[in-house]
Design a protein. Structure first.
Length: 142
């Protein structure tokens, strides 16, 4: 499993919004500029994040994006899966029916354990913590 560019861009977007805090409207132009996400790609990613209930999109001259929830309640896992779908290391874990030996295979158990650990780690990482760690590194933040 490799995180896609869209997944990485989704993380950047939510992290930037988390720095501003829940409910604070941030322009698409600012997010694209500060996170180095191409504006057209950001718009597509924002749609996926909005469908997942992570952000709200406001249209118009004064529009932009804002977090719908407290950043402490938004996990890295939730954002990644909003963009790329359910995370699994391979088909053996993600779709056990695709592997006829999964019930008996000793390697399957290792993959399954590694997959569970990955998901748990991403579930523990919340955007309040990530934003707090990022905010201390910013030199010029409006």
């Amino acid at each position: 499993m490799r995180l896609t560019r869209a997944g990485e861009y989704g993380i950047r977007c939510v992290r930037h919004l988390a720095i501003h805090g829940q409910g604070k409207l941030v322009s698409r132009k600012e997010i694209a500029s500060r996170t180095e996400v191409p504006p057209h790609f950001l718009a597509k990613i924002a749609q996926q994040l909005a469908r997942a209930g992570i952000i709200e999109i406001l249209q118009g001259a004064n529009g932009g994006y804002r977090l719908l929830n407290d950043p402490a309640k938004i996990t890295l896992l939730a954002v990644i899966e909003a963009i790329i779908g359910e995370i699994s290391l391979n088909d053996c874990v993600g779709r056990p029916e695709s592997c006829r030996d999964s019930a008996l295979c000793t390697v399957h158990r290792v993959w399954n354990k590694a997959n569970q650990q990955l998901r748990a780690t991403l579930q523990e990482a919340d955007f309040a913590t990530l934003a707090r760690e990022d905010a201390c590194c910013l030199t010029s933040f409006p």
